[in-house]
Design a protein around this ligand. Structure first.
Ligand SMILES: C[S@@+](CC[C@H](N)C(=O)[O-])C[C@H]1O[C@@H](n2cnc3c(N)ncnc32)[C@H](O)[C@@H]1O
Length: 250
């Protein structure tokens, strides 16, 4: 993607905040990565897409010219969502962004609402494709449980949800304990359901127990169809575990 349309390039400070680089190529790659991820998981042009934690619009921008079914992004970072509304929705009205004023030490410290009680502002079964890229990696267990139930409510009967995680199981926990993971995750949360990277900013990075994630999906009548294992825990790269999830109401 070339930045012929500079209006769709987020301001430098937001690009640095989200992708750690001033060079527009880092943002281009984030748009491309998101587009490829949803495409390999079967996104069709006519699908209705919900992007939870839409950030500075990397998936939306990656889908301009492809997606006709409509896109809704939910985001808690005030400046990120304001930029997406002003830069993307103004030119492409079927890409909509919604601000949820939810508390997060990492992304919205002055937020008023509790994410663990947030009802997404859409009717049941509104979406064919729900995407969370690097969002469950910033949520505490009570919010994860609530969001998974909301995803179950919002997915169409033949819909799919693709979401990334840091999943703790015997292998990954051993890697973390050896010091091989790219973040320390040495803070044990009192719930026993996750480990944190930083006790003072709990949502900075969260690794969740895989058994907890499996249980929550089962309780929400969702089936984990596939887990693509990342290598975030063994020192090779930063890539996360990616779950493909479908309704299971049989
Ligand atoms: C690491 S960024 C990922 C952004 C984008 N999805 C991407 O892949 O580049 C995490 C995003 O999740 C958002 N977020 C954090 N807590 C959230 C919550 N409770 N509900 C919705 N979004 C949240 C943050 O504001 C931030 O934009």
């Amino acid at each position: 993607m070339r930045w012929r349309n500079r209006a769709l390039l987020p301001p430098a400070h937001l690009r640095v905040y989200y992708y750690g680089a001033l060079n527009p190529d880092a943002f281009t790659r984030a748009c491309e990565r998101a587009r490829v991820e949803v495409t390999i998981h079967g996104l069709k042009p006519e699908h209705r897409v919900l992007d939870i934690g839409s950030g500075i619009g990397n998936l939306a921008i990656g889908l301009i010219g492809f997606l006709t079914g409509g896109y809704d992004g939910i985001e808690i970072h005030p400046e990120a969502v304001a930029w997406c509304q002003q830069a993307i929705t103004s030119q492409h009205p079927h890409f909509r962004f919604h601000r949820a004023d939810l508390a997060s030490h990492a992304y919205n410290p002055h937020g008023l609402g509790a994410p663990s009680a947030y009802r997404f502002p859409f009717p049941d079964h509104s979406f064919d494709f729900i995407f969370l890229s690097s969002v469950f990696t910033h949520l505490l267990p009570d919010t994860v449980e609530h969001y998974v139930h909301e995803i179950s409510r919002l997915l169409a009967p033949d819909g799919v949800c693709v979401a990334s995680y840091f999943l703790l199981n015997d292998d990954t926990r051993a890697g973390v304990d050896r010091g091989d993971s790219f973040m320390a995750f040495d803070v044990r949360h009192p719930s026993g359901l996750c480990r944190l990277h930083d006790a003072t900013i709990p949502e900075a990075a969260v690794a969740l127990e895989e058994t907890f994630v499996q249980r929550v999906h089962q309780q929400a009548e969702l089936r984990i169809q596939d887990i693509r294992r990342g290598s975030w825990w063994n020192g090779k790269a930063h890539d996360q575990d990616v779950l493909t999830v479908v309704p299971d109401r049989t």
